[in-house]
Design a protein around this ligand. Structure first.
Ligand code: COA
Length: 257
C-alpha cells in the first residue's frame, strides 16, 4: 500500500490531497488478508486539513470495512466499461441534423468550459456531501482546461448547434491499443436528442481507424450514462467502490452526512 500525493487535486482544494494505491496482488487474493492501517493514520494525522481517497474492488467488502473503521466513507461505485473491436463502421448519424461534431477550436474554449463546469452531478466529487459544489464543478472545468492547454488527452470533440456548444467528448490514449472516453457531457437543454450517442460514434470511427478498443467509466448512480454505454454496445469490465476521507483543521475527522 502506498500513499501518493495528488498535486493536481491539491491545487483545486487548496490543501494536501493523497491517493492510496493498494497492492493489486493482495486485492486479488481471497478476502482474508487484513491491512495494517495504523501507519496510514499516522501519516494522515500530519496534515490538517487533508483529503485522501482510495479505490477498492467491489468484491472486497472486507477491505471497505477496514477503511470505514478509520473514517473513510463510500461516496461512489465506479463501473468501467469496454467496447471491443470491431467497432461499428459507417458515418456517424445525428438524430437532429442541425448539430455538427468537430474537434474544438479556440473560439469555443469558453463555451466548452462553461458546459464542463455545469453539467455534472454524479461524479465522486459531486456525490461527496463534504465537498462543496463549487470545487466539484471547478475540477471538471480544470479537467477540460487541461485538454485545451494540451496538457492531457488526445482529442476534444464538441457538438454544436449553430453557434451554441451542446456537448463534448474528451478522449485520451491509455495504451497502444486502448482509448478512453475520459469525460463526456451534454448541456441540459440539449439532452436526449442523440448528442452523446453521436459523439461516441465519432469516437468509435476514430478508434476503429486506429484499431483501438474503447474504455469508458461511470458511476453506478449515473443511470443516463449507464444506459448510454449499454446502448452503444459497451460491456461492464470492472467495478470499484470509491472511498473519501476528510479531516479538518483542529484534528476532527469530517464525517460525511
Ligand atoms: C449522460 C449524457 C452524456 C447523455 O447525453 P445525451 O445527449 O442526453 O444522450 P443521448 O440523447 O445521445 O442518448 C443516448 C442514450 O443514453 C441514454 N439516456 C440519455 N439520457 C437518459 C436519461 N435521462 N435516462 C435514461 N437513459 C438516458 C438512453 O439509453 C439513450 O438512448 P435512447 O435515446 O435510444 O433511449 C448526459 O445526460 C450528460 O451530459 N450527463 C451529465 C454528464 C455525465 O454524467 N456524463 C457522464 C459521466 S461519465
Amino acid at each position: 500500500m502506498r500513499l501518493v500525493e495528488d498535486t493536481w487535486l491539491a491545487k483545486r482544494f487548496g490543501y494536501p490531497v493523497f491517493r492510496i494505491d493498494l497492492d493489486p496482488q493482495k486485492e486479488a487474493a481471497p478476502a482474508d488478508n487484513r491491512l495494517d492501517l495504523a501507519p496510514l493514520q499516522k501519516d494522515l494525522r500530519q496534515f490538517r486539513p487533508v483529503f485522501c481517497y482510495v479505490k477498492i474492488g467491489a468484491s472486497r467488502v472486507d477491505r471497505v470495512s477496514e477503511f470505514t473503521a478509520i473514517g473513510f466513507r463510500v461516496v461512489e461505485t465506479n463501473i468501467t466499461f469496454l467496447r471491443k473491436l470491431p467497432l461499428p463502421s459507417g458515418q456517424p448519424s445525428l438524430q437532429d441534423r442541425q448539430f455538427r461534431i468537430e474537434p474544438v477550436i479556440l473560439s469555443q474554449h469558453s463555451q466548452v468550459l462553461a458546459v464542463a463546469e455545469s453539467c455534472f452531478q454524479y461524479t465522486r466529487f459531486h456525490l461527496d456531501p463534504v465537498i462543496p459544489r463549487r470545487i466539484a464543478d471547478e475540477i471538471k472545468r480544470e479537467w477540460i482546461q487541461s485538454y485545451l492547454k494540451k496538457e492531457r488527452g488526445e482529442v476534444l470533440w464538441i457538438a454544436r448547434f449553430g453557434q451554441d456548444l451542446a456537448g463534448f467528448l474528451a478522449f485520451l490514449r491509455q495504451s497502444e491499443n486502448r482509448g478512453v472516453v475520459d469525460l463526456i457531457g451534454v448541456a441540459p437543454q440539449y439532452r436526449q436528442r442523440g448528442v452523446a450517442r453521436a459523439l461516441l460514434q465519432y469516437c468509435f470511427q476514430y478508434c476503429g481507424e486506429r484499431s483501438l478498443t474503447v474504455e469508458a467509466g461511470t458511476q453506478a448512480a449515473n443511470i443516463p450514462s449507464m444506459h448510454l454505454y449499454e446502448g452503444m454496445g459497451f460491456l461492464a469490465q470492472r467495478s470499484q467502490y470509491i472511498l473519501h476521507y476528510h479531516a479538518a483543521v483542529g484534528g476532527a475527522d469530517i464525517r460525511c452526512a
